[in-house]
Design a protein around this ligand. Structure first.
Ligand code: HH2
Length: 259
């Protein structure tokens, strides 16, 4: 899954795709480079962010979807039902909601009506404050319990279970150690029986592991290593900004595993 953030302030690609032509071109390039789907978002959820108004989010993402004209499989990264509705009408095939249908419960019905694929993600707290002091007694068990509950919610609102993938939400109310433990104990998440999406790409935890305690962005090599480690432990979808490098690395990992 490639990432195109149509925002001025995303933590690693803010401003790069704010222009609709540049965003559409970026999405097409990612498809050429081997992405199976491109996640288009109009609201940054980086630590400390405040969120954007509906009108502004629509103004950012609708022109991109219009330009893509249904020719690129798009996942719409939004927590708003109205943004998802417009995106699905314009050909998007998946709804990626970092709030797992908590911010706008109507989003579940919109996804169901359009027979969309869905990604439900775990987040502790909200972007504005989530990295201030994240705490868990047992991060893997708590994230799994949350995802199981949200999976039940989505299914009870008409989204077929086969259309849903789950995501532990790397960096969303989690320390470096929490993120690593979620990958080490991925068996607890795999036991939920749905494909798992991991989004380590460029996240600050990777920069910290690579030696910079003040890192805001993780380096490419660290992102690729985290994606391969996630794949080898059982993740199905890797959400990444640098598609070509990840596709190459994952092709090798896949060849080694003989799948
Ligand atoms: N991470 C980000 C945004 N959306 N969605 C899922 N399912 N999983 C993730 O890990 C995830 C996500 C944050 O990364 P990015 O989109 O690059 O930054 P920003 O939120 O600043 O736009």
């Amino acid at each position: 899954m490639g990432v195109v953030n149509v925002t001025p302030d995303s933590f690693s690609d803010g401003g790069l795709y704010l222009d609709a032509d540049a965003a559409a071109e970026g999405a097409r390039r990612m498809l050429d480079e081997g992405a199976a789907i491109v996640d288009v978002g109009g609201e940054s959820t980086r630590p400390g962010s405040e969120g954007v108004a509906l009108d502004e989010e629509l103004r950012r993402v609708v022109p991109v979807l219009e330009r893509l004209n249904g020719e690129v499989p798009v996942s719409i990264d939004t927590a708003k039902a109205e943004v998802a509705r417009r995106a699905l009408e314009l050909g998007a095939v998946m709804v990626n909601d970092v709030t797992a249908f908590r911010a706008d419960p109507e989003l579940a019905e919109v996804a169901a009506e359009h027979n969309a694929y869905v990604c439900l993600m775990h987040m502790q707290g909200e972007p504005r404050t989530m990295q201030l002091d994240p705490r868990y007694d047992d991060v893997a068990a708590e994230v799994a319990a949350f995802l199981e509950e949200r999976l039940g919610f989505a299914v009870s609102h008409g989204v077929p279970e086969e259309r849903i993938c789950l995501d532990p939400g790397i960096g969303f109310g989690k320390t470096v150690e929490h993120n690593l433990e979620l990958l080490r104990r991925i068996d607890v998440l795999l036991a939920l029986g749905r494909p798992l999406l991991f989004g380590f790409s460029r996240k600050s935890s990777l920069g910290k592991i690579a030696g910079d305690p003040d890192a805001k962005v993780g380096p490419l090599g660290a992102s690729v290593a985290a994606a391969v480690a996630s794949y080898e432990r059982g993740a199905t979808i890797l959400r990444v900004h640098d598609v070509r490098e990840h596709v190459d690395a994952l092709a090798v990992a896949q060849a080694v595993s003989g799948v």
